[in-house]
Design a protein around this ligand. Structure first.
Ligand code: ADP
Length: 261
């Protein structure tokens, strides 16, 4: 059973004093400055902030793709140094292999991790269904729209059943209508699977709509300006956007970011 009280939840991710300095041709560049946070199991977290504030850098560090310069980071009690099988990553464009069918693209992570084949065959069918691609398994990526390709990306992300999903503007390249549909699908899948999601976006409304908490980052050097709890009812529907409590949260984040003039 899922307990809601903060004292009952388990922290799955802990970051302490995370700092990232890139060395560049013009000298050191502080991309993240002393960031500390905890993320509970099953939480939906968004990272928002202006372009260049270090959102992707933080996500890459969380995913074990990039090394931090200072600080500590653990997932499920283990220090993060390399990518982990219990963490899946998804980006703005899903790189699909054009010569593989949709079904074969979704099965790829399972093949790489050498997971049980018959389980994976069954799982792939369930995933095609879950992301609304029933009947598209034998098609090739070139036959699909941008939105459908991101549906494949979502299915592939879930293929090896990672507990934590790290998503870097996964629907950012899609038109607004498709993006809204994909956000609703993501929430539905998240509610059904109880994953922990960390979602990067520069769209404040999207962050409020999706999240349990929003991590608000400041422009470079990226610091955590604050964390806003989005204590709005679930399941969320687009009606929420007409709710004054939704606008209040959006304006609170705008205020934290200093974008109101
Ligand atoms: P965001 O995702 O918020 O747009 P990024 O994490 O991509 O921000 O970048 C944060 C800062 O770090 C930016 O100033 C960017 O130019 C810089 N940066 C990102 N990656 C590198 C890199 N590999 N080498 C040097 N600087 C980088």
């Amino acid at each position: 059973m899922q307990h809601q009280g903060a004292h009952m939840t388990t922290e799955i991710i802990q970051g302490t004093n995370i700092t990232k300095v890139y060395s560049t041709a013009t000298g050191p560049l502080v991309a993240l400055d002393d960031i500390s946070f905890g993320i509970n199991e099953g939480e939906f977290i968004s990272l928002v902030g202006p372009s260049g504030c270090g959102k992707s850098t933080l996500l890459s560090i969380l995913g074990g793709l990039e090394e931090k310069s200072l600080g500590k980071l653990s997932i499920s009690g283990e220090q993060v140094t390399t990518p982990r099988p219990d963490v899946g990553m998804m980006f703005q464009t899903s790189v699909l292999f054009p010569w593989r069918t949709i079904r074969e693209n979704i099965r790829l992570p399972g093949q790489i991790l050498k997971l049980d084949k018959s389980d994976q065959v069954e799982r792939t069918e369930a995933l095609l269904n879950m992301v609304g691609l029933n009947g598209f398994g034998e098609r090739y990526p070139d036959e699909l729209s941008g939105g459908m390709k991101q549906r494949v990306g979502l299915a592939r992300l879930l293929a090896h059943d990672p507990q934590v999903l790290m998503m870097d503007e996964p629907f950012g390249a899609l038109d607004e209508f498709t993006r809204e549909t994909m956000n609703l699908e993501l929430l539905r899948i998240w509610e059904a699977t109880k994953k922990t999601v960390i979602f990067v976006t520069h769209n404040i409304g999207e962050a409020v709509f999706l999240s349990d908490r929003v991590f608000v980052m400041t422009p470079r050097p990226g610091r955590l300006e604050g964390i806003l709890e989005i204590d709005l009812p679930r399941p969320r529907t687009t009606d929420l956007m007409r709710d004054p409590r939704y606008s209040e949260r959006v304006f609170e984040i705008r205020r934290m970011l200093g974008v109101d003039h």
